[in-house]
Write a protein that binds this ligand. Structure first.
Ligand code: ADP
Ligand code: MG
Length: 338
């Protein structure tokens, strides 16, 4: 560790649609919480942020409203986004909150200039000395250990909550980038719809996500999985439990997965042939929580016919990449999208 970093409070943030991670230079990942803010609409105050707000989701009384400010990869609620960012930075800095940190913030690749400015302003509001914005797919590629500076094509697919970002990077620049609004949330929504259509069962988002974690998959599993799901019967309005299998959930997830695969195909069609050849040799790297869906790598490999690897820490690739920039000014200069 660089001796100076003992005192360093420089911070990298992955402002994800589902989760926010914070990395402190010299300390590593210091915070990883859901990107959620709960407002008290009667008093106009923030009731809770992050994990605490997540626990309120779906169970809030009328006057508490939980929002995910970046839900679709755009900042739907500036005020909430700022409150969240400020809260997380202060929490991560703890007792050194009086220092003026340098901030590297990973932002969704499709946010507008106005949104960028809003994020940057929020950074300065926590008294940052410098604020650097970096595209999340670039940070993900660095965090996943891809040789982004080489003159060769690297394809990264970051499947988060709100968006799937597909990027092709060469010579530290983005050659192709697309943000598709089909990712983890869409998978949860597809499970909710399937449960309603097939079993007449209403379930909430959290239950749908739990089903995806516990028995979700993208291709047939060696050993089948099943679970009992509690919900409310659509017609009778009463609580009901049904037994669901991995096969059910594969059917449910088919449409969102098809859309993601289609977008990857389009990306491969649009990039220059040399880069395409590089990707055939090196393979595609998956990051983001969605990469953890069972056998998603196999499904992509089978459908597209090229090697697919899941990054070692898919949920933290972005923040690790952004964190790496804190210690490497040269890299930061090369890739910061200011
Ligand atoms: P973001 O960067 O948009 O905040 P993340 O990379 O943190 O998103 O990923 C969050 C998404 O990953 C959520 O939709 C979550 O349901 C999904 N996810 C996390 N773990 C798993 C898993 N084991 N299987 C399937 N999906 C997962
Ligand atoms: Mg992300």
């Amino acid at each position: 560790m660089n001796p100076a970093s003992v005192f360093s409070t420089d911070i990298a943030i992955d402002l994800g649609t589902a989760n926010t991670c914070v990395f402190a230079h010299g300390r590593g990942i210091v915070l990883n919480e859901p990107s959620i803010v709960a407002f008290n609409t009667q008093r106009g105050t923030v009731e809770a942020v992050g994990q605490e707000a997540h626990e309120m989701l779906g169970r809030t009384p009328g006057h508490i409203k939980a929002v995910r400010p970046l839900r679709d990869g755009v900042i739907a609620d500036f005020d909430a986004a700022e409150k969240m960012l400020v809260h997380f930075v202060r929490k991560a800095m703890g007792r050194s909150a009086w220092r003026r940190p340098r901030l590297v913030i990973g932002v969704p690749s499709e946010i507008t200039a106005v949104e960028r400015r809003a994020v940057r302003d929020s950074g300065f509001r926590v008294k940052a000395s410098e604020v650097h914005l970096v595209d999340e797919p670039m940070a993900a590629a660095i965090g996943a250990g891809l040789p982004i500076s080489e003159a060769a094509g690297n394809m990264i697919i970051d499947i988060g909550g709100g968006t799937t970002d597909i990027a092709v990077i060469s010579l530290a620049g983005s050659v192709y980038g697309r943000s598709l609004r089909v990712a983890g949330d869409a998978m949860d929504a597809a499970i909710m719809m399937y449960m309603r259509k097939t079993f007449n069962l209403y379930i909430g988002e959290r239950t749908a996500q739990q089903i995806k974690f516990d028995i979700g998959s993208a291709t047939r599993l060696d050993e089948s999985l099943e679970m009992d799901v509690k919900g409310r019967h659509v017609m009778e309005g009463v609580p009901k439990t049904v037994r669901v299998t991995d096969e059910d959930i594969r059917v449910a997830l088919n449409e969102p997965l098809r859309q993601i695969i289609q977008a990857v195909r389009e990306a491969l069609e649009r990039i220059p042939p040399e880069l395409c050849a590089d990707i055939y040799d090196r393979g595609i790297v998956l990051t983001g929580g969605g990469a953890l869906l069972r056998n998603l790598d196999h499904r992509l490999r089978d459908d597209i016919g090229l090697p697919v690897l899941v990054a070692e820490n898919p949920l933290t690739s972005v923040v690790l990449g952004a964190g790496a920039m804190l210690g490497d000014i040269g890299l930061l200069r090369k890739v910061a999208a200011n």
